[in-house]
Design a protein around this ligand. Structure first.
Ligand SMILES: *[C@@H]1O[C@H](CO)[C@@H](O)[C@H](O)[C@H]1NC(C)=O
Length: 251
């Protein structure tokens, strides 16, 4: 092989590499697509329900980690409002059942405004991790660290995906700049092991928290929603930033 041929081959390899790195991608195989017609919002319900279940094991090509269970390094919940004035951190969290028991029920989209609103229902969200907590709940001081289990049953979730357009190589994409979540569970079970470093006090406080779960969770849920909004936004953008707008939403 002459020096010249070798040089050409290297050049071609370099260009090919460049192309694959910047080339627009299509949605993962098997993802249903929807046409932007009168039936669009309905079509999206079925399409996204199929897509989410396909993503359970993650997707290497798009850098999406396994979602069942979903691993979360840290969830920090700050609730500054009386009567609950609490700082709670959950670390090394595994979120079980959230993906497999979720069903999207309705979409309301306005793609001209890059706005997607959706309602979903999730039978079970079981968060297991290490907690640290200090502050007050219903005027009572609470402090501790150990294993935590926070489980939400039958949760209605509203998702508001607020997108913005951007261009890459003259092609239109949409990324999410905000992903707002609100949770409305039918029941929340909480268990924080080792509160106050004392078994009897801990058992008593856990009983109290569960008896008053609605009041307690109402103060915490904005914090949980914020954390999940950030997680959902990052996951969604792994697709949105790689697949052109018109490849996701067919014209
Ligand atoms: C977490 O709590 C829920 C609700 O009480 C319970 O069903 C589940 O078994 C618990 N999970 C673990 C790992 O203890």
């Amino acid at each position: 092989m002459s020096k010249y041929t070798l040089l050409m081959l290297l050049l071609i390899a370099a260009v090919a590499q460049e192309l694959t790195e910047t080339a627009a991608q299509d949605l993962p195989e098997g993802f249903p697509k929807c046409k932007r017609d009168a039936n669009f919002d309905k079509c999206l319900v079925d399409a996204v329900n199929v897509a989410i279940q396909q993503l359970k094991a993650g997707n290497k090509e798009f850098g999406i980690p396994p979602l069942e269970p979903l691993t979360v390094k840290k969830l920090v919940i700050d609730a500054g409002n009386a009567p609950i004035n609490l700082r709670q951190a959950l670390k090394n969290v595994k979120v079980h059942d959230m993906i497999s028991t979720s069903k999207i029920q309705r979409y309301r989209t306005d793609l001209d405004k890059h706005l997607i609103i959706c309602d979903s229902r999730t039978d079970r969200i079981e968060m297991i991790g290490d907690y640290e907590m200090s502050g007050r709940i219903l005027l009572l001081p609470i402090t501790g660290h150990g294993k935590a289990n926070v489980t939400l049953i039958n949760t209605k979730i509203e998702h508001r995906l607020i997108g913005e357009p951007f261009e890459k190589d003259g092609v239109k994409y949409m990324r999410l700049k905000d992903y707002r979540v609100s949770f409305d569970p039918k029941r929340v079970y909480m268990n924080f092991e080792n509160l106050f470093n004392d078994k009897t006090l801990s058992d008593g406080m856990n009983r109290f928290l569960n008896e008053n779960w609605e009041t307690v969770f109402n103060e915490l849920k904005v914090g949980y929603a914020k954390s999940f909004g950030i997680i959902f936004r990052e996951l969604s953008n792994k697709l949105f930033e790689k697949v052109p707008f018109d490849n996701i939403f067919l014209s």
